[in-house]
Design a protein. Structure first.
Length: 182
């Protein structure tokens, strides 16, 4: 029993260390509003997890990627991974004006259960704080909807994947699996 308690304490300490370093990182040290309103500290809610941050758009021709993103969430979620969806109308105005309509569209058509946040800008000077911090950390700005950014357990930007790279592409899976091992 004593060994079990010690092992649990070591695990908790390691997890706390990951969360703590994620909150110290420039990328996750922001607050974002969930799709239907309430604010969330990203470092507190997702620190210590591997994240795939995606600028989504419900009416985009790439919206089918929502299904692949949900599949990644299901495949890796229990291992400390999460997709974070950030709807944006920056490219072609392809997102609904209503948060309720976006949530309904994503759930009904693609079974989305991963966290979605309120619609906002992802381009340059107007970019919402998470994206501005990703760019400051060296991530490229998206050229279209469904650009994917991989963030490590420590809250640091690791890599990105262009719109045309499908969520279940081997390159994304390999990068997620490597990040989960760190």
């Amino acid at each position: 029993m004593k060994k079990f308690v010690c092992a649990m304490l070591v695990t908790v300490a390691a997890l706390w260390s990951s969360v703590s370093s994620a909150c110290e990182s420039e990328v996750l040290n922001v607050t974002a509003n969930r799709l239907l309103g309430e604010p969330v500290s990203l470092c507190e809610a997702y620190g210590g997890k591997v994240l795939l941050v995606v600028n989504t758009a419900s009416q985009c021709g790439y919206a089918g990627q929502l299904g692949g993103l949900q599949a990644l969430q299901q495949r890796y979620g229990a291992q400390g991974f999460s997709v974070l969806g950030f709807p944006s109308a920056d490219f072609g105005g392809q997102e609904f004006d209503s948060a309720e309509k976006t949530a309904e569209f994503c759930k009904i058509n693609y079974g989305v259960e991963f966290p979605m946040f309120e619609k906002g800008a992802v381009k340059a000077a107007e970019a919402q704080p998470l994206f501005a911090k990703l760019y400051a950390a060296g991530a490229p700005q998206p050229r279209w909807n469904y650009h994917k950014y991989l963030v490590g357990r420590d809250g640091r930007f690791l890599s990105d994947f262009d719109t045309r790279v499908e969520p279940e592409d081997e390159r994304i899976r390999t990068a997620i699996e490597a990040a989960l091992q760190q």
